[in-house]
Design a protein around this ligand. Structure first.
Ligand code: FES
Length: 224
């Protein structure tokens, strides 16, 4: 039997917890000492409304944390762990595969001798390979685009027939010879040969310096 209206009322009006338990005993005795679950639930609901408690007061962390919040904490923990582990492995992978600077090949073909006009400075390979190709009546040379003063890149001035460095004004002839400004020596030349297919091959791994008497060496120029 559920709580009667009067029983409910008396429970609601109970003045203290002692009072409450004696009313409960009365209710129980009226039912021959039987206290079924549905009755207990009804009484508990009234009790909770009447004597609300701070349910977290005096409880330890372990008691406070219920299953749901425990799972939430566990999920957060796993996410933090996964984040930290991911960061760690990212650093390791970056370490194993460092940034690689892809430079153009040091040896490359530039075409056939007839592709280059006598008396002309060819600028086509300046950007891609840092090389000027210069042909005169007798030979073709491959000049480095690096100024021998402090390493800037000069410009070819066709009207003046010279390379002019924008940094400190050094000037170089089309042969690479320096003639004005602070550059202490001529531009460097690179190895230049004919490959098997008849094309010109420039090889930047081998340099020829005028001041060392290397401009006369074979492969410092290509005879045409
Ligand atoms: S770097 Fe070319 S003149 Fe100084």
């Amino acid at each position: 039997m559920k709580l009667t209206k009067e029983e409910k009322q008396s429970l609601i009006q109970a003045k203290s917890e002692t009072d409450w338990y004696s009313i409960c005993d009365d209710i129980k005795s009226k039912r021959n000492g039987i206290y079924p679950n549905y009755l207990a639930r009804e009484i508990l609901e009234i009790f909770n409304n009447k004597f609300p408690v701070d349910k977290y007061k005096d409880l330890s962390f372990g008691q406070i944390i219920n299953r749901k919040s425990f799972l939430n904490w566990l999920t957060l923990g796993w996410l933090a762990f996964a984040g930290a582990t991911g960061g760690f492995f990212t650093v390791i992978i970056r370490f194993l595969f460092p940034n690689v600077l892809f430079e153009p090949p040091q040896s490359f073909k530039i075409g056939f001798p007839n592709d280059f006009e006598a008396g002309k400075v060819d600028l086509r390979f300046k950007k891609s390979h840092n090389v000027w190709i210069v042909r005169d009546d007798e030979k073709i040379i491959a000049l480095s685009t690096v100024c021998t003063h402090l390493g800037c890149t000069p410009n070819w001035l066709e009207a003046d027939r010279k390379f002019k460095c924008p940094c400190h004004g050094s000037g170089f002839r089309s042969s690479g010879m320096h003639f004005e400004g602070p550059a202490p020596r001529p531009l460097e030349r690179y190895r230049i040969v004919l490959s098997n297919d008849g094309q010109i091959l420039v090889d930047k791994t081998k340099k020829f310096n005028y001041e060392k008497g290397e401009w006369n060496r074979t492969e410092s120029f290509l005879k045409v």
